[in-house]
Design a protein around this ligand. Structure first.
Ligand SMILES: *Cc1c(COP(=O)(O)O)cnc(C)c1O
Length: 392
């Protein structure tokens, strides 16, 4: 079944739809049992998409879990109230006091904060590694290394990692290492995590899965080996998500294919246009040779999306403010993956990153290319550069 057909059908088993097109939206805390035998049966089956208690999920949850498994190819999927909860629960599931974590340096900022402020205080040793390390990660593995966390492409700076190389080294080591991937950029679609050797694929479903900037949700999909631990620990951590939010994510999945194609096409057009501008020093888009790890993108991904960055050649605070403040279509705001275009600037990478040679004064602009007409977006950026240039 091709991907596009999968997006339409995923999770639409009749036991979840009960005869309508979409899975039912079932809100519940208490599940009622008719008799002792039924209650015992539900208790036995409580981990297997069977109604037991609201925290274990309802029919809506089960349909979404099944859909995510079908899309990503995992053995099981846990659902969380946001992407960050999916990340923190996945880390906590496979780490304990005294363990060592290898964390990619280009990771999403809140993940880094969680390592420094929570995991460190629990006695987990954290080493940040160069996103371009590849198989060289073998030199950083210790006897107590239990998790290698990857994110590809990296947040903001977009380095694409050698995921198969890292997984190969992890499996060959003597420690029982779980490789976790933050697969939000790939949306579970542009890269097949389990085929590359990943154990747990985490996503902020808040982004392209939801796709409309109206829901916070996270997922972690795991292979056979990691699923029982991930499920049990996530449940013990009290993780669950509302049926209403999940139903929005299920709706998002139906149009994921066409949305991603348009995001990709428009983003490539904008990035190509930017690459010819004198204001732009470097395009940080995985499909461009100027992006670190471009060769791994070509090898491991089957497409790109609407999110990329670029480095400005020349800037100062008032020029940057003029550029950002006058935008008509590019709105300023966190997150991405909705239908709308967004812009954010980053000026502190030299303080936030250990690798990548970022200098004070470097300005990176991250764009999310939405579903507006691409010519309107280019015109917006062109006027932005005029404002920028007038203040240099
Ligand atoms: C947004 C994002 C997250 C966090 O998701 P939330 O739903 O906002 O908690 C995690 N990882 C990446 C790469 C993200 O872009």
């Amino acid at each position: 079944m091709t991907k596009d057909t999968k997006f339409v059908n995923a999770g639409r088993d009749k036991k979840f739809t009960q005869g309508t097109v979409n899975p039912v939206l079932q809100r519940a805390s208490t599940v009622l049992f008719d008799n002792v035998a039924e209650m015992k049966d539900a208790t036995r089956k409580r981990g297997e998409k069977h109604l037991f208690y609201g925290r274990r999920g309802t029919t809506t949850t089960f349909a979404f879990q099944q859909a995510m498994n079908e899309i990503e190819g995992g053995a099981g999927c846990y659902v969380y109230p946001c992407g960050t909860a999916a990340i923190t629960a996945s880390l906590l599931a496979f780490l304990k006091t005294g363990d060592h974590l290898l964390m990619v340096d280009s990771v999403y900022g809140p993940t880094r904060d969680f390592c420094d402020k929570v995991l460190a205080s629990f006695g987990v040793e954290v080493t940040y590694y160069d996103p371009m390390i590849g198989k060289g990660i073998a030199n950083l593995i210790q006897d107590n290394t239990k998790v290698i966390f990857t994110e590809s492409p990296g947040s903001i700076t977009m380095e694409v990692q050698d995921i198969p190389g890292i997984c190969e080294v992890a499996k060959a080591s003597n420690s029982d290492i779980t490789v976790i991937l933050d697969n939000t950029w790939g949306a579970g679609v542009l890269l097949q995590p389990f085929e590359l050797g990943v154990d747990v694929s985490v996503q902020a479903a808040t982004k392209y899965i939801g796709g409309h900037s109206d829901v916070m949700l996270g997922t972690a999909t795991a292979n056979e080996k990691s699923w029982p631990i991930l499920r049990e620990k996530s449940y013990l951590l009290g993780q669950c998500a509302s049926a209403d939010d999940i139903s929005l994510a299920l709706r998002g999945i139906r149009t994921l294919g066409v949305r991603l194609k348009q995001h990709q096409e428009s983003a490539m057009t904008v990035a190509n246009w930017l690459s010819n501008r004198k204001e732009v020093k470097q395009i940080l888009h995985p499909a461009f040779e100027s992006c670190a790890g471009h060769e791994y993108f070509e090898r491991d991904f089957n497409g790109s999306n609407g999110l990329f960055s670029f480095v400005l050649n020349n800037s100062n605070p008032s020029a940057l403010t003029a550029f950002l403040d006058g935008m008509h279509h590019f709105k300023m705001g966190f997150s991405w993956g909705g239908f709308e275009s967004l812009v954010l600037s980053y000026e502190n990478l030299h303080r936030e990153r250990n690798y990548g040679n970022w200098q004070a004064g470097d300005v990176v602009i991250r764009l999310h290319i939405g579903l507006e007409d691409v010519n309107d977006l280019i015109e917006d950026l062109e006027q932005g550069f005029e404002r920028l240039n007038s203040k240099l």
